[in-house]
Design a protein around this ligand. Structure first.
Ligand code: NDP
Ligand SMILES: O=C(O)C1=N[C@H](C(=O)O)C[C@H](O)C1
Length: 250
């Protein structure tokens, strides 16, 4: 069997450590490099890495990806912090290295991908929608990448359906009381010891509500998606945003 040579960036972190275990256990993958803060990226090419999995931090991930693309190393990225500007930068870099593939996945859990897809499908049928994301208190970014992506998908579906503005009579409020506005959708963040990664999407219309909830109770929940990305990215040049593209959902 051909083995995929994998390097992990952020290997000492919560997700990086879990990814190293998953790659080591996968019968078709070989973990050839585990790098963390302060390590030289050249170790990746020296070890012959074909795919790099990045679980680092929003402030360093773009430099890592620029290096990977320049050196023709495919990348599977779980790190958050991607907006339209960053995605445009990646597309421009990939145009110069068209053989290389980059997957940006805001969430690798299969259930979370389904939750986002279900929410996008429901969006056109409800006047109101808000998102609550709930995470462990060591998370550095808010709102979560998953919540941002969900809001963007819902916003796009509402625009396509010519939905009007979401009703909200609030005229006075304390800062933050109504959450962050992401693409016209209110997003609320909870940080609580004991949680891992959870999200509720609440829809409402006259006389009914619909709540779509997903819970990741352990980080192993992300690993099937990470390995799917590792296996598929070598045959998918260019930029792919969202694991749904590798799940026959989009
Ligand atoms: N897409 C998905 O499914 C998921 C995405 N995430 C995202 O993944 C990212 C990491 O999360 P998590 O593992 O919890 O965070 P951690 O803080 O536990 O891990 C990040 C690791 O990256 C290290 N690091 C920092 N800078 C660099 C660098 N330049 N090169 C290599 N390593 C570096 C950190 O070192 P140090 O601590 O010394 O700074 C740390 O060991 C976050 O953006 C998070 O939101 C998390 C879960 C699932
Ligand atoms: O930091 C985390 O833990 C997570 N980050 C990702 C996000 O911001 O959406 C994915 C998941 O929610 C866990």
């Amino acid at each position: 069997m051909r083995m995929i040579k994998v390097g992990v960036l952020g290997a000492k972190g919560k997700m990086g450590a879990q990814t190293c275990l998953a790659v080591e256990e996968a019968e078709d993958c070989e973990l050839v490099a585990r790098l963390d803060l302060g390590d030289e990226l050249e170790q990746l090419t020296a070890a012959g890495a074909e795919v790099v999995v990045d679980f680092t931090r929003p402030e360093v991930v773009m430099d890592n990806l620029a290096w990977c693309i320049e050196h023709g190393v495919n990348a599977v990225v779980g790190t958050t912090g991607f907006d339209d500007e960053r995605l445009a930068t990646l597309r421009a870099l990939l145009e110069k290295n068209p053989e290389t593939g980059v997957l940006i996945a805001p969430n690798f859990s299969i259930g979370a991908v389904l939750m986002m897809q279900f929410a996008a499908k429901a969006a056109r049928y409800y006047e109101s929608v808000e998102i609550i994301e709930l995470h462990h208190p060591d998370k550095v970014d808010a709102p979560s990448g998953t919540a941002r992506r969900t809001a963007e998908l819902i916003g796009a579906a509402r625009r396509e359906a010519n939905a009007g503005p979401i009703p909200d009579a609030t005229t006075t409020s304390l800062d933050g009381a109504r959450g962050a506005d992401v693409d016209g959708i209110r997003v609320h963040g909870i940080r609580l010891r004991g949680l891992v990664a959870h999200q509720e999407v609440l829809f409402g219309d006259t006389g009914e509500t619909l709540t779509i909830r997903h819970d990741s109770m352990a980080r192993v929940s992300f690993m099937a998606g990470v390995l799917l990305g590792v296996r598929r990215i070598g045959g998918t040049p260019g930029l792919t945003v969202g694991l749904e593209h590798f799940m026959d959902l989009a």
